[in-house]
Design a protein around this ligand. Structure first.
Ligand SMILES: Cc1cc2nc3c(=O)[nH]c(=O)nc-3n(C[C@H](O)[C@H](O)[C@H](O)COP(=O)(O)OP(=O)(O)OC[C@H]3O[C@@H](n4cnc5c(N)ncnc54)[C@H](O)[C@@H]3O)c2cc1C
Length: 431
């Protein structure tokens, strides 16, 4: 089998991997300042003002020692305030330079998990918080003639179109190979050896690279209930819209944001919903309480539950035990068994980051569990804070939320971009 070599391979074409592709493709940030940035962050403005070259050349280790994490610095440059007012507020600009030899491999189209998010889902944050600094949503809307309020929550369909536009807009299409699943990552004399499967043909391919960026996202492996009947045809893994469930009685299994979305939308589409959760009502109501004043679908689920709608039954501290081929579902709630007859089961029980692909390395990847009140949950790779390189496997970088210390804040999903790109350019003698 022929092995293709690249200086850098990126695994994962979600917001984390895609941003890295464009920056490695030669689009580098330069400080230009802005009134808003100088007013709010005078010290940083004074530090960056004299910096002539690309911001990728900053001494990130020194900045970390001074208490400034790279992801935070670029967040402030990109969003000196939370609200978007004008393009000129972004305190950096992007100029096209020499690209680095890279290839991005992803099993889905670019945009990552947003490709399969429910059709009508709204983001948790304003549209402009989901954008890349090199392509503000306001600029995209202007170029495409779209009427988008970038300070409002953005709908999945609008967001995914934005991400899909990025490769062509920045001339990176030739460096992206989608529809390809990486199945193994091993050490190699040139750095790393990756084996992948082309999903359309089933062909096996191999690649080597000197540097590897693992940006496969926090739910590349969907969780399973581990019960009989889980793979029956009326049980769906990922909810898109009420059209997935044309018949009347739907069981939603979950309890996080995706399940809340599905239960609410199905109820409002006239279905009879049985909502099964392992969590307690107190835990669920904490999430609802935290979100009901900012997110419209939480306002709605609170109304439905408080109004005791007869079409939504919420079963707390309940587990699915078995799913029968005739649509009966056996549940266990506090030691008691109950059987519910349904037409569809929607599983929205999340996923996990998959590190099982790494094999044969002298050291195991050390992982840290990250968890917060907003239901953000992922095992992150222990990395150096100034470049997001693994502390265990040199030249392996963790992209986006997979890097330790990255929390659920604005641009966190691609906050690792600049420090990783800067480190690679530095190692390659390009800075
Ligand atoms: C329902 C939902 C709503 C969310 N809403 C928000 C929000 O409003 N705001 C926010 O900031 N964050 C939100 N998040 C967090 C979310 O994780 C980010 O928005 C973002 O998509 C993460 O980007 P990523 O590139 O790290 O991962 P992903 O978007 O998951 O992309 C990773 C890509 O890598 C691919 N991949 C995985 N393994 C392999 C492999 N072995 N070979 C090839 N390809 C592979 C995956 O298929 C995927 O396409 C939400 C998450 C979910 C699940």
């Amino acid at each position: 089998m022929k092995t293709e070599h690249h200086t850098v391979l990126i695994v994962g074409g979600g917001p984390a991997g895609l941003a890295l592709a464009v920056v490695l493709g030669g689009w580098h940030p330069y400080y230009r300042g802005s009134r808003m940035f100088s007013e709010r962050y005078a010290q940083l403005a004074a530090y960056l003002g004299p910096h002539q070259g690309s911001l990728l050349g900053l001494d990130f280790a020194a900045l970390v020692n001074a208490g400034v994490a790279p992801a935070d610095l670029f967040r402030l440059l990109h969003h000196p305030r939370q609200k978007f007012e004008e393009l000129a507020q972004v305190a950096m600009e992007f100029r096209q330079g020499e690209p680095l030899d890279y290839l991005l491999l992803s099993q889905e189209p670019v945009g990552g998990l947003w490709n399969k998010a429910p059709r009508n889902l709204l983001t948790l944050s304003p549209g402009q918080w989901m954008e890349f600094a090199f392509y503000p949503l306001a600029q995209y809307a202007q170029e495409q003639g779209l009427d988008l309020d970038v300070n409002e929550l953005i709908c999945k369909t609008d967001l995914i179109e934005y991400y899909h536009r990025v490769p062509a807009r920045f001339g990176q299409e030739e460096h992206l190979r989608t529809g390809e699943k990486v199945t193994r990552i091993e050490p190699h004399e040139r750095g790393f050896l990756l084996t992948s499967t082309a999903l359309a043909s089933g062909d096996t391919r191999q690649y080597t690279c000197k540097y590897l960026i693992y940006a496969a996202g926090q739910r590349c492996q969907l969780r399973r209930l581990g019960v009989e009947g889980e793979d029956l045809p009326f049980v769906t893994n990922q909810y898109d819209s009420p059209l997935d469930c044309p018949r009347h009685r739907v069981m939603v299994v979950g309890g996080g944001r995706s399940a809340d979305w599905a239960a609410t939308e199905l109820h409002d589409a006239g279905r009879q919903v049985c909502y099964v959760m392992r969590q307690s009502p107190e835990q669920h109501w904490q999430l609802i309480g935290d979100s009901r004043h900012g997110l419209p679908y939480y306002t709605r689920i609170a109304e439905i539950l408080e109004g005791k709608s007869p079409r939504l039954e919420a079963l707390y501290r309940t587990r699915v035990k078995r799913i029968g081929g005739d649509g009966r579902v056996w549940l266990s709630a506090g030691g008691e068994e109950r059987v519910v007859q349904v037409d569809h089961v929607v599983k929205e029980i999340g996923g996990i980051a998959d590190y099982s692909l790494f094999t044969g390395f002298p050291a195991e990847l050390q992982l840290e569990e990250k968890y917060d009140n907003y239901r953000f949950q992922v095992h992150q790779v222990r990395t150096h804070p100034h470049n997001y390189e693994s502390v265990d496997i040199p030249n392996l970088y963790a992209g986006g939320y997979l890097a330790a210390g990255i929390g659920l804040v604005v641009i966190a999903m691609h906050g690792t971009t600049y420090a990783i790109a800067g480190d690679l350019l530095h190692k390659e003698g390009r800075l």
